[in-house]
Design a protein around this ligand. Structure first.
Ligand code: TYD
Length: 320
């Protein structure tokens, strides 16, 4: 970041109290920047932006109208902040009660925050990540990921987004259709279920011996998982299962001992078949998600592989 007291532009109605504004930066009408703030070069700070003291803004950062940057915030170089995006720095705000220290929130280089998104305190938005308009970001966003919704969920991992292709808006739109998914580990399968579409409401079903490749011995379901949370990090020695997001969505992270792949389930008319000896965890549940699991055997604690080292040893043995 380069500092220069004089070589930036500021609108006659901007109130800029800091001397540390980089060369070529433009600060527009009714923006107010407090004395402790540091603003880099070639930034564009639009009308009605407020910048508190303990704030660092890198070079070539765009901050659209109506954004407040509170104490504890760092925006690295080339960050884009959409209009009316909201940052927070106190997880439990009460009038006239101040935390000992404000949470540090960081938006890494090249990341974009969509209009009206809300970023909770202490979050790190990874490099070149894309936060969709209106998303509520409650946890760190991986580099290059696209997140949308409340709580914000990853709809695309590093890849196209990291390369600068696609937009969060496009991603949100694509949620109408099942999102592009990675190739599944060998033995795993995505299975379409019957879909009876009806203006009164749609209906899907599963018949034993027909729709899933094992005899169904047990049905259980998972609900009331707090939004963004997860459970079930283990493999089974012999059990097969079939997982359906009957309502809402979740990510199933699959590890066959060679590769880890994340798979989003967000429709009630297909499910994921997971064979034995694939490590699976269920993560990133949406609020009020209802996840149905069909299992090939009764509950048997002995069938669980909970120790990742034991799992690795088993998969290594299997492959060679
Ligand atoms: P578990 O499968 O261990 O869940 P997680 O891996 O997400 O922690 O199940 C949690 C508890 O629920 C465990 O103590 C056993 C009990 N349980 C049953 O009694 N029957 C079942 O069918 C399942 C799935 C779990």
């Amino acid at each position: 970041m380069s500092d220069s007291a004089s070589e930036h532009y500021q609108h006659p109605h901007a109130l800029v109290e800091t001397g540390r504004v980089g060369r070529g930066t433009r600060i527009w009408a009714f923006a107010h920047v407090l004395p402790g703030a540091r603003i880099g070069a070639d930034c564009n700070i639009c009308d009605h932006v407020f910048v508190e003291n303990d704030v660092v803004v890198g070079d070539r950062v765009t901050i659209k109208c109506g954004v407040q940057l509170w104490d504890g915030l760092t925006l690295e170089d080339d960050v884009f902040i959409g209009p009316n995006a909201t940052f927070t720095n106190d997880a439990f705000p009460r009038s006239r009660h101040y935390p000992e220290a404000f949470a540090r929130t960081v938006v890494r280089r090249g990341a974009s925050i969509g209009a009206n998104a809300t970023i909770l305190p202490g979050v790190v938005v990874g490099e070149r990540a894309m936060v969709g308009a209106g998303a509520v970001v409650t946890r760190d966003v991986p580099a290059g990921a696209v997140v949308v919704g409340n709580p914000a969920r990853v709809v695309r991992e590093a890849g196209d987004a990291a390369l600068g292709r696609g937009t969060a808006a496009a991603q949100a739109h694509h949620q109408q259709d099942p999102p592009a998914q990675p190739v599944l580990p060998p033995g795993c399968a995505l299975i379409d279920l019957p879909r009876i579409q009806d203006p009164r409401g749609n209906l899907s079903f599963i018949e034993g011996g027909k729709h899933v490749p094992f005899e169904i011995a047990r049905v259980y379901w998972i609900y009331d998982v707090p939004g963004g949370e997860g459970r079930g990090g283990h493999a089974y020695r012999t059990l097969q299962e079939f997982i359906v997001a009957v309502a809402g969505s979740l990510d199933v992270v699959l590890d066959d001992g060679h590769e880890v792949r994340r798979f989003t389930l967000n429709r009630s008319y297909y499910g994921l078949y997971v064979p034995p000896q694939v490590w699976r965890s269920m993560e990133n549940f949406s609020t009020n998600a209802l996840v149905l699991n069909l299992a090939s055997g009764p509950y048997d604690a002995e069938d669980y592989l909970r120790d990742p080292h034991e799992f690795r040893a088993l998969t290594a043995e299997r492959s060679g």
